[in-house]
Design a protein around this ligand. Structure first.
Ligand code: SF4
Ligand code: SF4
Length: 441
């Protein structure tokens, strides 16, 4: 779906109830800062992180807290969540605006606002990591993010977000990365940039999802980054359209990350882009798009091949939700996997040169040590192997499963050890958690 295909519909409804997970980032679960029966306002902090990766979460509606309990999460099974019932008002906290913020103000605003990237990393944490940042890259090649956030009326705000990130990081330059066939977006950004000499546009051939951050950085800078490191280790701050908009809103308008733009496609009556309050159930979002058209078979969040299949439509929209795809039951039936026919198409397309089909087979048999030897952790979860497999094998799901098992084993054996990878055979000392399931662990 392109930006032309989608219909922009602002979601002005007052939600009756939201379920806001206390884990929407890489890091540990936030501690609630409210109790049951507390009255809350839109934008009020309801959870606070207590480790260096965690970020606060805020209420997206005005009302009162009716429960704090484990609820289904789109990625992490079941996590502690704050359930808020609306008082049917749009009462907010007092948002502090700023016209010409200093570097320190921007960083402080990002700390308070809980802005996270689509892969779950905190922008505040990245800006205060102590690593030199030379370049800010904003990835506008991920189709889910582009269709949700790159409408013409958002371009100026995305560029403002870029400038705020450059200022906060002391970067020398910025660049937008856009797919080369998205002429409309290239033209819109070019027009918006007119006299911004330190910001460029790079075009790429393919769609780079958030889990492909290191590959994208390699394509732009030529620097290889082991899978235990992040673009920051190459002095690159990698962001997205969604985050650039959130940064602008947090810094200039003082509004924390309480809504996201979500593209809804597939078997629904009125596909389009919705501005959704965080904590709204996926079912409500689909209902606001006219409901399911026919029998739903599968709901996928953030990308047909590299996204996450949801266990239920009762899970809430979170900060990293950008795309909801509904497949009909007929479409799902066509995807029943057959045996591997050893065609090696998955090998041909894999951007990190591993053996996807073979690793998946080992994962299916529970032979995770063999998966490790075949560098399963180098998989960047692009989904290309799934796309080309003539037998519709569940390659990526099996690879993710193996990565999760290996990570648990590794934690059990040694909390501080980290994996090596194809590009760097020795284990990297930067023990950044590797990205799995869209980034949130
Ligand atoms: S998803 Fe498949 S093609 Fe992509 S990096 Fe992983 S194994 Fe390779
Ligand atoms: S593309 Fe599918 S069938 Fe072909 S080798 Fe890979 S897993 Fe097997």
């Amino acid at each position: 779906m392109t930006t032309e295909d989608v219909k922009k519909v602002e979601d002005k409804e007052v939600r009756k109830q939201v379920v806001i997970p206390l884990l929407q980032h890489i890091g540990t679960v936030c501690e609630p800062t409210v109790d049951k029966k507390t009255d809350v306002l839109i934008g009020q902090k309801i959870g606070e992180g207590n480790d260096e990766f965690s970020v606060p979460v805020h209420s997206s509606i005005a009302g009162h807290v009716v429960a704090i309990e484990d609820r289904p999460h789109p990625i992490c099974g079941s996590v502690p969540s704050v359930i808020i019932e609306s008082n049917e008002t749009n009462d907010t906290i007092e948002f502090t605006t700023s016209k010409n913020p200093s570097k320190e103000y921007i960083i402080s605003a990002l700390k308070d606002s809980g802005v996270v990237e689509l892969n779950g990393y905190s922008l505040y944490n990245m800006l205060t990591s102590g690593k030199l940042i030379d370049t800010v890259l904003i990835n506008l090649s991920f189709s889910g993010d582009v269709s949700s956030n790159c409408a013409p009326e958002n371009i100026a705000s995305i560029i403002e977000g870029m400038n705020l990130l450059i200022k906060a990081s002391d970067a020398q330059q910025g660049a937008f990365v856009i797919q080369e066939d998205d002429k409309q977006l290239i033209s819109a950004i070019e027009s918006g940039l007119f006299d911004e000499a330190d910001i460029e546009i790079f075009t790429v051939e393919q769609n780079y999802s958030p889990s492909m951050a290191n590959l994208l950085t390699y394509e732009i800078t030529g620097m290889q980054i082991p899978n235990t490191c992040t673009p920051l280790d190459a002095s690159v701050l990698l962001s997205s359209a969604s985050s650039a908009l959130a940064v602008r809103k947090a810094v200039l308008e003082g509004i924390p990350q309480i809504t996201v733009n979500v593209t809804v496609t597939g078997a629904v009556h009125n596909p389009g882009v919705k501005n959704v309050r965080i904590g709204t159930s996926i079912k409500e979002v689909i209902d606001s798009c006219g409901g399911y058209s026919g029998e739903p078979g599968k709901i996928i969040m953030n990308g047909i091949f590299s996204g996450t299949a949801l266990s239920t439509d009762e899970v809430p929209v979170i900060k990293s939700t950008s795309h909801i795809i509904v497949q009909s039951s007929d479409e799902v039936l066509h995807e029943i996997p057959g045996p591997c026919i050893q065609c090696a198409r998955c090998v041909d397309v894999c951007p990190v040169n591993i053996l996807p089909g073979r690793i998946a087979s080992f994962a299916d048999m529970g032979m995770h040590d063999e998966c490790f030897k075949l560098h399963v952790n180098s998989c960047v979860e692009c989904g290309r192997c799934v796309y080309v497999c003539p037998s519709s094998r569940h390659i990526l799901q099996l690879i993710r499963y193996s990565k999760t098992i290996l990570q648990q084993l590794l934690k059990y054996e040694d909390e501080t050890e980290s994996f090596g990878c194809l590009s760097c055979e020795t284990p990297c000392l930067a023990s950044t958690p590797f990205i799995s399931n869209g980034g949130i662990l």
